[in-house]
Design a protein around this ligand. Structure first.
Ligand code: IMP
Ligand code: MG
Length: 185
């Protein structure tokens, strides 16, 4: 897999340190009412698993799935709803945990739809922010790293369901997806 990676952006150690920082900030901010973490499948799984253990509060977590991407590396602009939450979030402080905010369409759609369930508050926590490609007006409340307009994989992030298990975050070689991208825009 390593040969498909052009450059490592964040090592496992750098990610772990950043997740600790985010966990400490969330712990401080939610002292009164612990949050429900809502992890977005599948990309946010490693992040939410590490983040929840960095938060020193009696929290709950759940998972949901939406999809805005086919095999493409660019957003199609449509968000499909694939799996709903198992638990009620009425009167709860909801913190959506997502791997990356790119165009912002996914997070915007998610916050708007979960807002309608009688929540007390709704905030977002992303590991990566790619602000250069934003199309929806949304800023994560917590974010780990700001990155340039490059396609990254690892630590949950995939290309065609591959590379999610890399322990670091790296930039994918263009050759890996060249030719496919134009078909699936
Ligand atoms: P948005 O709706 O454009 O903000 O897209 C968010 C989703 O797109 C993320 O949850 C990822 O699944 C995917 N995505 C965006 N950029 C990347 C990337 O660089 N690598 C892998 N997946 C990405
Ligand atoms: Mg995703």
């Amino acid at each position: 897999m390593q040969k498909d990676i052009k450059e490592v952006l964040f090592s496992a150690e750098q990610i772990a340190a950043k997740v600790k920082e985010l966990g400490a900030a969330i712990t401080r901010d939610y002292q009164e009412n612990p949050p429900v973490l809502v992890g977005i499948l599948k990309g946010a799984v490693p992040f939410v698993a590490d983040l929840m253990r960095a938060i020193d509060l009696p929290l709950a977590y759940d998972l949901m799935a939406v999809s805005s991407y086919g095999a493409a590396t660019r957003s199609s602009g449509t968000v499909r709803f694939l799996k709903d939450l198992d638990m009620s979030i009425e009167d709860r402080e909801v913190l959506i945990v997502e791997d990356i905010v790119d165009t912002g369409l996914t997070l915007k759609y998610l916050t708007e739809s979960l807002k309608n369930r009688g929540v007390n508050s709704i905030k977002t926590c992303t590991l990566l922010d790619k602000p250069s490609r934003r199309r929806a007006e949304i800023q994560p409340d917590y974010n780990g790293f700001v990155i340039p307009d490059v396609f990254v994989v690892g630590y949950g992030l995939d290309y065609n369901e591959k590379y999610r298990n890399l322990p670091y975050i790296g930039v994918l070689h263009e050759e890996v997806y060249k030719g496919e991208e134009s078909n699936s825009l």
